[in-house]
Design a protein around this ligand. Structure first.
Ligand code: SF4
Ligand code: SF4
Length: 384
């Protein structure tokens, strides 16, 4: 049995009431279906037969389209089916659409960490997402008021790489203290070997992170920025925060609403799943040649990475983002580490202690308010 398994579950497939123009989920995965209770039960039974600790990341599309009742059922079934030494933790990635304060008891009861898509001020947020900022802002407000753990997810598109300070200030003004900035790095659907026109410029994205560092540094004891947690993880010998910075990937699966299993959030192909719930044990799917090949492809590094001083920090990034034998974000990784390495080393010296010998039930040193086993100890999430 595995010690830990992470599943990205899309209970509403790629469906979402918003139409964010850069959203890659719109073009991947089945639409128009919903996960039924039988599939939910099968999912939990199979996952708990595979792993001691199960981490479920509910995402999509918009998972909140499933309604509160679905998540109440997921919590109930998780508790019913988990053995005495097992646990199930949950995270929910949402635009805030479909959530209202009546969700607070479920989110609190399940210690569900919410990743809320909110890019910054209204103008920045609605440039790509359409009129949805007010709802996201209101959702952030009631969740913080209720004590729900919220992580802001802010997507940065090419041409916006100079907006770090402005975005940081806007999210802090809303009271958010756990922030993550996601560079758009998708492939061009018309030329799959190249980055999409919306993909950030690598050098400029490095500048974004350096500006962000300057904005964050004075508040580093109160605010966590996941981008810097990711950089710091290798310095403090903590588990990688994202699969992109791990040595290998392929350790998690995507579960679609119909029970089909896929290798990675970027590799959902409705016509070609890597498995289907109920057809063979998850442990076999994880060990299947196709799943192993994904992990091995990450370890087959471009030539530049093999001799790169930053390889132990970056491990060549996400293979999905390699174009022409180059990792799209390589330039930003080099720029940031060239400049911040001394400060990261110093910061690591002050942080190394909290992670060493940490027990899984202790509070997570990153400051999320969750237990370690439900936070930084969970397996990597997709490197986007
Ligand atoms: S997101 Fe990238 S690093 Fe993560 S599993 Fe997929 S291909 Fe691998
Ligand atoms: S910084 Fe660039 S060259 Fe170095 S390991 Fe990362 S992707 Fe490879």
């Amino acid at each position: 049995m595995l010690e830990q398994l992470t599943l990205l579950v899309k209970p509403a497939g790629a469906d979402c009431p918003l139409s964010c123009r850069y959203c890659f989920y719109r073009s991947t995965g089945p639409r128009g279906g919903r996960m039924g209770e039988a599939t939910l039960r099968l999912l939990l039974e199979e996952a708990l037969a595979t792993s001691q600790h199960l981490h479920l990341i509910w995402q999509g599309g918009e998972p909140a389209l499933m309604g509160r009742g679905f998540f109440a059922k997921a919590l109930e079934l998780g508790r019913e089916l988990a053995g005495p030494d097992q646990s199930v933790s949950h995270a929910l990635q949402t635009s805030g659409t479909g959530l209202d304060p009546s969700w607070a008891p479920i989110l609190l009861d399940g210690e569900i960490l919410v990743g809320l898509s909110i890019d910054g001020h209204r103008e920045v947020h609605e440039r790509w997402r359409g009129p949805s900022w007010q709802r996201a802002r209101d959702t952030a407000a009631w969740m913080l008021e209720a004590g729900v753990a919220v992580n802001a997810l802010s997507v940065v598109v090419r041409g916006e790489e100079d907006s770090a300070a402005e975005r940081y200030a806007a999210l802090r003004d809303l009271g958010l203290a756990h922030l993550q900035f996601l560079p758009a790095v998708d492939r061009d659907p018309n030329q799959p070997g190249l980055a999409a026109p919306t993909a950030v410029d690598p050098w400029a994205w490095g500048g974004f992170l350096l500006d962000l560092w300057k904005a964050w540094w004075p508040e580093r004891h109160e605010v966590s920025v996941r981008n810097f947690d990711e950089l710091l993880a290798s310095y403090v010998a903590a588990p990688p925060v994202s699969c992109a910075s791990a040595e290998r990937c392929g350790g998690y699966l995507v579960v679609e609403h119909d029970g089909s299993l896929h290798r990675c959030a970027f590799l959902v192909d409705a016509a070609d799943p890597v498995g289907v719930l109920g057809q063979r044990p998850l442990i076999e799917v994880l060990g299947s040649p196709r799943q192993r090949a994904l992990g091995e492809s990450k370890a087959q590094l471009p030539e530049d990475c093999v001799t790169c001083a930053w390889r132990p920090r970056c491990h060549g990034g996400c293979p999905y983002h390699r174009h022409d034998q180059t990792t799209h974000l390589c330039g930003s990784t080099r720029r940031v580490l060239d400049e911040l390495d001394p400060q990261l080393r110093a910061l690591a010296r002050s942080l190394r202690g909290p992670y060493q010998g940490l027990r899984r039930n202790e509070p997570c040193p990153c400051g999320s308010g969750l237990r370690y086993k439900r936070c930084c100890a969970t397996l990597p999430t997709p490197g986007r």
